[in-house]
Design a protein around this ligand. Structure first.
Ligand SMILES: Nc1nc2c(ncn2[C@@H]2O[C@H](COP(=O)(O)OP(=O)(O)OP(=O)(O)O)[C@@H](O)[C@H]2O)c(=O)[nH]1
Ligand SMILES: [Mg+2]
Length: 349
């Protein structure tokens, strides 16, 4: 099950207590203080990984603790530190403190980590309290409690390209045709219930990630269909591929579907979700041109999108692979250009 939000409590380990002990040596009636300090409590650390792609695990694991530090020992032995607890979350997870609302981390890269609850300091053993006036202190201090927080985790996938469009236009078939992803496809609406990520490795370009999300329909912003909650998973992309299709005309039935109108409806939904997202560069892809009634309209649609709207346009068939190479060429170039624009310093050498 795909879960992209979770609430958890994290409790770091308590510091171990210091102790009060005295040296026992032959011929020394009363040795000096030698009580060691307590060990530090373990931290709770979040680590981003590509091996997880949902926050599902946290539906049942609501409280995550780290180990406490151990008590100090005699002979000035510091107690063992508590083990840190490392929690693996998917890349793209944002970590918020529930109380302050503050964003503690945005884990965008694999291996990136953040301490979300710091372990308590260990207490001091009595050897710390020796002074000229008190050569045999019995004083020691207790370890400090570990930090405790309630966190809200939010997953927002990170991809270079996002596939959007009505249900059944062939988004999942396209991601399967261009990438390593093999999502379910089907001749019915809402086959895809959760986002899929696929890596495209094409020619000499750097591999890039494409996200396929559940289909959108009119009123998605009001919760129609599966709603627009999945749109957040294409917020962190540089390019949207807007997939359209021509539906077969059925005698006497007007289902209101038309590629130009579909396109406008989805753009309207995007805008309602996030104004900025609706301004993201889009490539319009007409799919299913292996079907004669689709091929028939390709020229006219191309003219509409390129000339009237000034948008790039490709006609493809994910089923027969027609136009798939051009699509991958286009995406690879757009992605590398996008990366270049985002991080020009990295390319200067
Ligand atoms: N003829 C033809 N059929 C296609 C093509 N691409 C996809 N289909 C079919 O269209 C139907 C829907 O394809 P999906 O890839 O599941 O569509 P989707 O956009 O992911 O749909 P949702 O996940 O429901 O939003 C399936 O029956 C596919 O086999 C194509 O290029 N040509
Ligand atoms: Mg799908």
């Amino acid at each position: 099950m795909f879960v992209d939000e979770a609430e958890i409590e994290v409790v770091a380990g308590r510091g171990g207590d210091g102790i009060a002990t005295f040296r026992k040596e032959k011929y020394v009636a009363r040795g000096g203080p030698n009580g060691g300090d307590g060990g530090k409590g373990g931290d709770v650390v979040m680590v981003a990984t590509h091996n997880a792609n949902t926050l599902h695990d946290f539906r049942h694991k609501r409280r995550i603790k780290a180990e406490s530090g151990k008590q100090g020992g005699s002979n000035n032995m510091t107690g063992r530190s508590g083990e840190d607890t490392r929690v693996h979350v998917p890349v793209g997870t944002l970590v918020y403190d529930m109380d302050s609302g503050e964003c503690l981390a945005d884990l965008t890269e694999s291996g990136q980590e953040v301490i979300v609850a710091l372990g308590g300091r260990g207490g001091l053993g009595n050897s710390n309290f020796k002074s000229p006036t008190n050569r045999a202190p019995r004083k020691f201090t207790s370890g400090k409690p570990g930090e405790e927080r309630t966190l809200r985790l939010e997953l927002k996938l990170i991809a270079d390209v996002g596939l959007i469009g009505y249900p059944s236009v062939g988004k999942s078939t396209i991601i399967a045709a261009i990438s390593s992803a093999r999502p379910k496809t089907g001749a019915y609406h809402f086959t895809t219930l959760a986002p899929n990520l696929g890596v495209v490795d094409w020619k000499n370009s750097e591999p890039f990630v494409v996200a396929d999300i559940p289909g959108l329909i009119e009123g998605a912003h009001e919760g129609q269909g599966l709603g627009i909650q999945f749109l957040k998973h294409v917020e962190r992309t540089n390019l949207l591929v807007h997939v359209i299709e021509v539906c077969p005309a059925m005698e006497g039935v007007d289902d209101g579907r038309d590629p130009v109108r579909d396109f406008e409806v989805i753009c309207g939904e995007l805008k309602k979700f996030n104004e900025e997202l609706s301004e993201r560069p889009q490539l319009v892809v007409l799919n299913k041109i292996d079907l004669p009634f689709v091929a028939e309209q390709a020229e006219e649609l191309k003219a509409h999108f390129t000339e009237e709207l000034g948008l790039p346009f490709l006609a493809i068939s994910a089923a027969t692979q027609e136009g798939i190479e051009e699509l991958k060429d286009y995406l690879a170039e757009a992605v590398s250009k996008g990366r270049f624009e985002r991080e020009p310093e990295a390319w200067e050498e």
